[in-house]
Ligand binder design. Structure first.
Ligand code: SF4
Length: 309
């Protein structure tokens, strides 16, 4: 069988070893060399180009792929065995966390296998731990994605705070933005815990600033990614119509990967709307050199513009 293997950045060092094992079993193996940050990003184009029968996507959980693709995709998850006890101990020592009796637990797929152990750890300390129902893009209860914090929002009204365990801040910031309850991130790799109130406030302040700029902007570039799990063309077209009805000019800009350098020569636009991965307006906005809002906020902007007309 001809197989294209796709690895997220953190697992690319294992690619050769895995490729050699599969070749010994008789497969013809190709390695995707593109950057890969999520299960939304399945390399169908590359697989077609090398006539692969199948894509094996490592490191992420199954993600809903639009129908009609001819090449099969197998998701092989990867699980972390990072020691969580030091950061959980830090959380239990935090004055604000101590006041919370009911804790909502969320994490990424890499740590989902540690959910029961974290629950037991907290319950042994007198807490009640709740795991929320996953959203439409995640596979497991308790799992969150930057584009799907459903496991957090589903328990937001039932807990005193939410505890995220896992690496990085992108996922817990998405939960903090979407939830009313405070979110504490416990990162076993940095060995730090952090309440995300400050990050959430910064995001909300920036969003208000962007909405104000959006009201003044004249020409909008609506960014659409062709990555299978990020393609949001219908929403982009609907937004274009709404902006135009509000007297603005708008065009849809299409790319596989939305890179600031590739967009900088589009001087005509004074505002970008991102319909792809929300990381663009949460983490990477400063690289775009122009105001940029994610789709949900841009829909708010379109409503404000509609009311002003
Ligand atoms: S769209 Fe972004 S947040 Fe969602 S799965 Fe892809 S990389 Fe992750």
């Amino acid at each position: 069988m001809r197989v294209l293997l796709q690895f997220p950045e953190g697992l690319k060092q294992k690619a050769l070893e895995i490729a050699e094992e599969l070749e010994k079993k008789g497969d013809k193996v190709f390695l995707s060399a593109s950057a890969c940050y999520g299960a939304c990003d399945i390399a169908f184009g590359q697989a077609e180009a090398v006539h692969a029968d199948k894509i094996v996507h490592y490191g992420h959980a199954r993600f809903p792929i639009p129908r009609g693709r001819k090449i099969a995709v197998e998701f092989l998850e990867w699980r972390s065995d990072a020691d969580l006890e030091p950061v959980l101990g830090m959380a239990l020592g935090d004055a604000d966390f101590r006041k919370c009796k009911k804790i909502g637990l969320v994490t990424t797929v890499q740590h989902i296998g540690q959910m029961s152990a974290v629950r037991r750890f907290l319950e042994a300390s007198g807490k009640k731990a709740l795991v929320g129902r996953h959203g439409p893009l995640a596979k497991y209860d308790g799992q969150i994605l930057g584009c799907d914090p459903g496991s957090a929002t589903s328990i937001d009204g039932k807990v005193d705070c939410i505890l995220y365990f896992g690496g990085g801040l992108f996922h817990p910031i998405a939960a903090a933005i979407a939830c009313k309850r405070r979110v504490l991130a416990a990162d076993p790799f940095s060995g730090r815990i952090l309440w995300l109130d400050g990050e959430k406030k910064k995001y909300e302040k920036r969003k208000m600033g962007m909405l104000a700029l959006g009201l003044q902007a004249r020409r909008f570039g609506i960014l659409v990614s062709t990555k299978p799990g990020q393609l949001n063309l219908r929403a982009a077209e609907a937004l274009k119509r709404r902006l135009e009805a509000a007297g603005k000019e708008a065009a849809i800009l299409v790319a596989d990967r939305l890179e600031p350098e590739a967009l900088e020569n589009f001087h005509s636009f004074d505002f970008f709307v991102n319909t792809a991965c929300p990381r663009i307006a949460v983490d990477d906005y400063a690289q775009f050199g122009k105001p940029v809002l994610n789709l949900a906020e841009a829909v708010e902007l379109a409503s404000l513009l509609g009311k002003r007309k």
